[in-house]
Design a protein around this ligand. Structure first.
Ligand code: B12
Length: 221
């Protein structure tokens, strides 16, 4: 198979939610020396974007979105160790979760993989995480950064609810708050009082590293 055929196959099979074919093609891609990032950014993510566009047009419904998401997640599991070739050093601790009411986790998982790859210790609280759970986990793990992920305009307001819960628990100043997810913007992040926003996984890593340098500079000042 040529690289183009593999990428086209990954795109097409993710679109129709053919999980076994996506796994097979991912393995074939790796066997032929294709970079994991190429499969991710040139086939898998664009395919899910198309799934979203079809859902918006009414050509796809929730079951189609679900199987496409599952197919993508299967590929991510294979790519995970390759994307996250972690160095020995822990850059910082990043606590992550998808907010209450929201079950989208593919974007969050991708961010986690990239953060791990950059040397962060990542604690993932999963999906539908209530403010109390974030508060308890911050108390327990004392992360440097907490990330809230939301994919729905109806769940984005949970950012504010989470930040208020942190403030009430006296934890707001102890942790950097980052927010993200498909509908989130820098303006929205500013409006809810988050410290940082990033539109994708690599920008999240870059921003998180900047926050860690600031924290280190403050600690030694
Ligand atoms: C797959 C999918 C699903 C799957 C989720 C499977 C799963 N395990 O995640 C299922 C079928 C469950 C689902 C359900 C629903 N979905 Co849906 N879903 C999608 C779809 C097609 C893909 C999402 C995705 O994973 N994208 C791929 C990743 C890689 O996304 P990404 O945004 O590029 O992620 C990057 C950034 O966002 C960022 N990032 C992510 N998290 C974080 C966190 C931090 C801290 C930072 C800094 C950065 C960051 O980094 C990521 C990696 O680069 C999107 C369409 C779309 N275009 O997003 C709709 C979409 C998000 N869903 C939508 C809707 C409406 C729904 C439902 C309400 C449908 C329904 N009627 O039931 C339900 C809601 C369920 C719920 N309560 O959560 C709408 C949301 C519209 C809106 N603006 O509110 C979308 C946009 C589709 C559309 N175009 O209408 N969905």
């Amino acid at each position: 198979m040529t690289p183009d055929e593999i990428l086209k196959g990954l795109y097409d099979k993710t679109l129709v939610g053919n999980g076994p074919a996506v796994l097979e093609l991912t393995r074939t891609g790796l066997d032929t020396g294709m970079a994991p990032e190429t499969m991710l950014f040139d086939a898998l993510i664009p395919s899910l974007e198309e799934v979203g566009a079809r859902f918006e047009r009414g050509d796809f419904f929730v079951p189609e979105m679900l199987i496409a998401g599952k197919a993508m997640s299967g590929a991510l599991e294979i790519l995970r160790p390759l994307l996250a070739e972690t160095g020995a050093h822990t850059v910082g601790t990043f606590l992550m979760g998808t907010v209450k009411g929201d079950v989208h986790d593919i974007g969050k998982n991708l961010v986690n993989i990239m953060l791990e790859g950059a040397g962060f210790h990542v604690i993932d609280l999963g999906v539908q995480v209530a403010p109390e759970k974030f508060v308890a986990a911050i108390g327990e793990h004392k992360p440097d950064i907490v990330g809230f992920s939301a994919f729905l305009t109806t769940t984005m307001p949970m950012f504010k609810a989470n930040i208020n819960a942190l403030r009430k628990a006296g934890l707001r100043d102890s942790v950097v708050v980052m927010v993200g997810g498909a509908p989130v913007t820098q303006e929205y992040a500013d409006a809810v009082g988050a410290d940082g926003y990033a539109p994708d996984a690599s920008a999240t890593v870059k921003r998180a590293k900047e926050f860690m340098s600031q924290r280190r500079a403050l600690a030694t000042a």
